[in-house]
Design a protein. Structure first.
Length: 298
């Protein structure tokens, strides 16, 4: 039963989410000569609160999706566990907000679970809109980190550096958002028959696999062009330009090529594996670029 609960809360995604928070904290907010609001201990508290709220959100969604179905898990236990996790997540978030003298930030930890509850209750079926919401939540967490972990007492030169670091982070957020949507569409293409039987309003069910693929292809091209534009913006800096091209643009071009050729379920399964490699390369570019900015440029 524990394994089933772990699967419902998607524990691997939560661990990945926490890893991303610490990666961006270490890479773009630590070691530049200025102090920020959150210590690594504070970031640990933020991660715990976020992890509990994410887990409770997954449980809430599972509860509402299966209220009219027979499940192996008792839904009342799912509901109670979701409530307990929500309470703990809110309390830790409120404690952190008071600890860093940003008490009004505690509203974030109260409002977010309310929005998740209302959304889960009123959107039982899986739709393209739900894919957009899910795809936005992960990169949105990075922006939350920037709101909390704001730098203190910056000089003019440090403000310029911080501004550039923010732009880089926003670039990663946009790319992650587009990539997540594409992956959700590909997953829906793989599961189109099952979703059709369950009367889910996914993009492949509503428009067909080919049109859904075309939309995924269009979004992939937009993402690739965006990455290439960032590379061009740093064309005078050979190291950053080469890093973005090798770890971002070229892998995206390979993904687009394979997506254009995809026609069978196994092709889309392979695309999922390719996307995991691309995600890893994108993550690898974060400490690589950060190291160069910290110890070469700065």
């Amino acid at each position: 039963m524990n394994d089933t609960f772990l699967n419902i809360i998607q524990w691997k995604k939560i661990i990945y989410f926490i890893f991303i928070l610490f990666l961006f904290k270490f890479s773009f907010l630590h070691g530049y000569g200025f102090k920020t609001t959150l210590s690594f201990l504070d970031l640990g508290l933020l991660s715990i609160s976020s992890a509990f709220l994410l887990a409770s959100g997954y449980l809430t969604s599972f509860f509402f999706r299966n209220t009219q179905k027979k499940t192996k898990l008792p839904l009342q236990k799912v509901k109670k566990l979701s409530i307990y996790l929500t309470i703990v997540g809110i309390l830790v978030g409120l404690f952190l907000s008071i600890k860093v003298n940003k008490a009004w930030y505690g509203l974030i930890f109260i409002i977010c679970p309310i929005i998740v509850y209302l959304y889960s209750k009123n959107n039982v079926q899986k739709t393209f809109f739900s894919n957009i919401v899910t795809s936005f939540l992960k990169p949105f967490a990075l922006l939350t980190l920037w709101w909390f972990d704001f730098p203190l007492n910056l000089s003019i030169e440090q403000w310029e550096l911080f501004y550039n670091l923010q732009l880089i982070t926003i670039g990663y957020v946009i790319i992650s958002f587009l990539s997540n949507i594409v992956m959700e569409i590909i997953i829906d293409i793989i599961n189109v028959n099952q979703d059709n039987l369950n009367k889910q309003n996914t993009l492949p069910v509503l428009l067909g696999r080919k049109r859904a693929k075309d939309i995924a292809l269009m979004l992939s091209i937009i993402g690739c062009l965006f990455v290439f534009a960032i590379a061009v913006a740093f064309i005078k800096n050979k190291f950053i330009f080469s890093t973005i091209m090798l770890l971002g643009t070229i892998p995206e071009l390979h993904f687009i090529y394979r997506l254009m050729l995809a026609s069978e379920a196994k092709d889309y399964q392979n695309l999922r594996k390719i996307s995991y490699v691309n995600f890893f390369l994108a993550l690898l570019s974060v400490p690589t670029i950060a190291y160069y900015i910290k110890y070469v440029i700065n």
